[in-house]
Design a protein around this ligand. Structure first.
Ligand code: FMN
Length: 147
């Protein structure tokens, strides 16, 4: 069974809701998923993983500090060619998703999904369905790269 990790942080819960729905979509599509907050995730969690899905909201046009720290932690793992995807809730500009996507592509040379998933503020029912769909899309990409 393919294995993936979702590493995310959230301040007021919106990106956390997205993480849960993405996890559901991936599991439905047959992927084993471990979901962790940035503060408790380490490079050890990335061993033997097929995909890394990162989630962070945008604050002050930037990534939150805990995700920046985790991106440095990711340097310790060899993620070249692995599937990468990013998501996050935002209020008006939402730069965080592109920042995580760019780092996975340019620094870790991962096989990233463009574009990542941005949801405006608190996800409602249809946004949560979009998150589940995004989870299934990540699962499909993992299956294609494992062939
Ligand atoms: C102090 C503050 C600064 C923010 N700065 C931005 C910003 O620069 N760009 C943006 O798109 N949203 C910004 N937001 C909105 C948050 O990204 C939005 O509320 C998001 O849903 C929070 O997600 P979370 O619940 O996962 O923390 C800001 C919110 C606050 C409270």
């Amino acid at each position: 069974m393919p294995r993936a990790i979702i590493v995310y942080d959230t301040r007021s819960g919106n990106t956390g809701m997205m993480a849960k729905a993405i996890e559901e979509g991936m599991k439905e599509a047959g992927v084993e998923v471990l979901s962790k907050r940035t503060v408790s995730a380490t490079a050890n969690d990335l061993a033997g993983i097929d995909a890394v899905v990162l989630g962070a909201p945008t604050y002050h046009h930037d990534l939150i500090a805990s995700m920046k720290t985790f991106l440095f932690e990711m340097e310790k793992a060899n993620l070249k060619g692995k599937v990468g995807a990013a998501f996050g809730s935002y209020g008006w500009s939402g730069e965080s998703v592109q920042m995580m996507t760019d780092t996975m592509r340019h620094i870790f040379e991962m096989n990233v999904i463009e574009a990542g998933l941005k949801i405006l503020r608190r996800p409602g029912e249809s946004s949560l369905r979009q998150c589940q769909e995004f989870g299934r899309k990540v699962a499909e990409k993992i299956k294609m790269t494992r062939r």
